[in-house]
Design a protein around this ligand. Sequence first.
Ligand SMILES: NC(=O)C1=CN([C@@H]2O[C@H](COP(=O)(O)OP(=O)(O)OC[C@H]3O[C@@H](n4cnc5c(N)ncnc54)[C@H](O)[C@@H]3O)[C@@H](O)[C@H]2O)C=CC1
Ligand SMILES: O=C(O)C1=N[C@H](C(=O)O)C[C@H](O)C1
Length: 266
Amino acid sequence: MSRIKVIVAGPRGKMGSEALRMIEKANDLELVGCIDRKNAGKRVQDVDELPSFDAIIFDDIETCIQSVNPDVLIDLTTPKVGFLHTKLAIENGVRPVVGTTGFTKQQIDELTGLAEDKGIGAVIAPNFAIGAVLMMQFSKWAAKYFPDVEIIERHHDHKLDAPSGTAVKTAQLIQEVREPKKQGHPNEQETLSGARGAEIDGMHIHSVRLPGLVAHQEVVFGGPGENLTIKHDSFHRESFMTGVKLAVDQVVKLDLLVYGLENLLE
Ligand SMILES: NC(=O)C1=CN([C@@H]2O[C@H](COP(=O)(O)OP(=O)(O)OC[C@H]3O[C@@H](n4cnc5c(N)ncnc54)[C@H](O)[C@@H]3O)[C@@H](O)[C@H]2O)C=CC1
Ligand SMILES: O=C(O)C1=N[C@H](C(=O)O)C[C@H](O)C1
C-alpha cells in the first residue's frame, strides 16, 4: 500500500516539530515537503534540531503543492497564515488537517463550504488530545443537568489566541444542549473591565497565560449544594499526536470538512 504524502506547515514550531517526530515513527506516512518562513530551498535534515528527512522546505504553499503533489497538509502555524494555507490547500485538491486555532466561525463556515464545493476531505480540530476530546464530550453531557458553567483555560504565555480553540469548542458543544442563561447575580457589575471573562450565551470563559503551563482546561459546573469539575491537562505536546495521526489517516477517506476530532472517534 502506498504511503500518504504529507506536507507540514510550521515545522520549527512547538507543534510542528512534534508532528515531524510523529511522521518519523509512522510507517504509512511520508513527509514530502514543509512550509516555513525561513530556510526555503534547504532540506529538513539541514536545519538544526529538525529530524533527518530529505524533504524540501518551501516558503509558499502553492509552490510546495505544485512541486511535491502531496495528499495531506498538516497546518500548525498561526491563525492568519493557517486560514490562508487551509483555503489554498482545499482549492488545490490537498486535504488539510488543521490544528491551528483562532479561526472565526465565519472562516470555518467558509472553509466548510469550499470543501463541500470541491468534494474534498478536511479536518479542523481545536484539540487533538484524546483526553481533551473526552473532557469536552463529558462537559456537554454534564451541561444537560448543570446549566451554570464556567470554563477556565490555562496555557503557556506564547499563545496568540484567547480564548483557546478548545474553550470555544467546549462552549459550542454545551450550546447544543443548554438554553442561553445569564449566570451570576442579575445586578452583577464589573468594577474592573474583564473581571468576569468572555461570555457566550451567559457562559463565562477565563483565559490564564503563564510560563510553565502547556495546555489545561477546567469546566466547572454549579448546582444547589454541589460543584462538578471536569479537568484535562496536556503536560507534553506528544499528547496531541495520536489525534493528528488519526486525522491524517481519516481525512483521505472524507469528502467534507469535519470540525472537531470527536466526529472521527467511534
Ligand atoms: N489542535 C491542537 O490540538 C493544538 C493546536 N495548537 C495550535 O497550533 C498552532 C501552533 O502552535 P505552536 O506550535 O505552539 O506555536 P509555535 O509558535 O511554536 O509555532 C508556530 C510556527 O508557525 C510558523 N509560521 C508562522 N508563519 C508561517 C508561515 N507564513 N509559513 C510557515 N510557517 C509559519 C512559525 O515560524 C512557528 O514555527 C497554534 O494555533 C496553537 O493554538 C497547539 C497545540 C495543540
Ligand atoms: O496553543 C496551544 O498550545 C494550544 N492550542 C489549542 C487551543 O487553542 O485550544 C489546543 C491546546 O489547548 C493547546
